[in-house]
Design a protein around this ligand. Sequence first.
Ligand code: NDP
Length: 285
Amino acid sequence: MSQPTTYKAELVGAFGHPIAENPTVVMQEAAFHALDLNWRYLTIEVYPQDLAAAMAGLRAMNFRGINLTIPHKVEVLKYLDEVAPDAALIGAVNTVRRVGNKLIGENTDGKGFLRALQDVPIDPRGKKVIILGAGGAAKAIGMELALAGAGHITIVNRTRERGQELVDALNVKTRTPAHFVAWHTTCAIPPDTDIVVNATSIGLFPDVESKPDLAYGTITAHMIACDVIPNPLHTRFLQAAEDRGAKTLDGLGMLVYQGAIGFKMWTGQDAPIEVMYRALQEVFG
Ligand code: NDP
């Protein structure tokens, strides 16, 4: 048996609450294993009131980085030395990388979504986009689509303040015009729409029978319908769009690519995308 050159593993992981059902560890550990890296990914329950202590612990234990999930993505900004420009625009961080003694905040969610679009393939430049939702995922996707040159973005959200805030940020901070639609009744999709993104949690396991309240008859075959939900892969929303002849993109690609971008930030190596896909496909059956 060959001897390891070091017994000290490099540490990364995720802080969240709840966190137990987050499957990221499976794809990151599979990637470390595939590249024979002595790295470990730890899934760590951190309660909201303990984030400061957890971030201090991260520094003390020389973690190489961390993922943040609900409810820490915004709060973590207080504990970082630097924030990447796009993460600052989004106002949320899902990945921290350590460079020397500095902790730098990044947001890979929207970048992962953009990368998944390339596989369709679809180029967002000049496209008319409708985003359902205005939470963390919607913000990251909206900002990255705008930075990538989307032609127009409509934010459809139940809570006016949240939706209007994202629209204002897009209009002030990017060159892509955006407008807000309040979501109180069934929403029709305008015929000139190119991309419809469900960035809400409607349809997420165990609520698998739900789908966003849309006039599905207004979805046409030239549109592409994207869901951020990775579990289940084939949501009711995607099923209904497919029935209308639209192309669809499920949430797995976004999940894999946002993790792959984080992997590269941490290790400096290209992520084994296929290995990560397979690992998560096994998780989601
Ligand atoms: P947030 O809680 O920040 O936002 C949730 C959004 O969904 C809000 O806009 C909320 O509207 C809306 N929403 C929730 N329930 C309803 C409902 N019944 N009717 C209308 N609107 C509703 O969550 P995130 O943005 O962090 O996550 C959203 C989804 O994205 C989750 O399913 C998550 O799993 C997924 N995700 C996937 C990723 C991937 O890599 N594939 C990465 C990150 C997230 P309101 O403002 O009115 O409350």
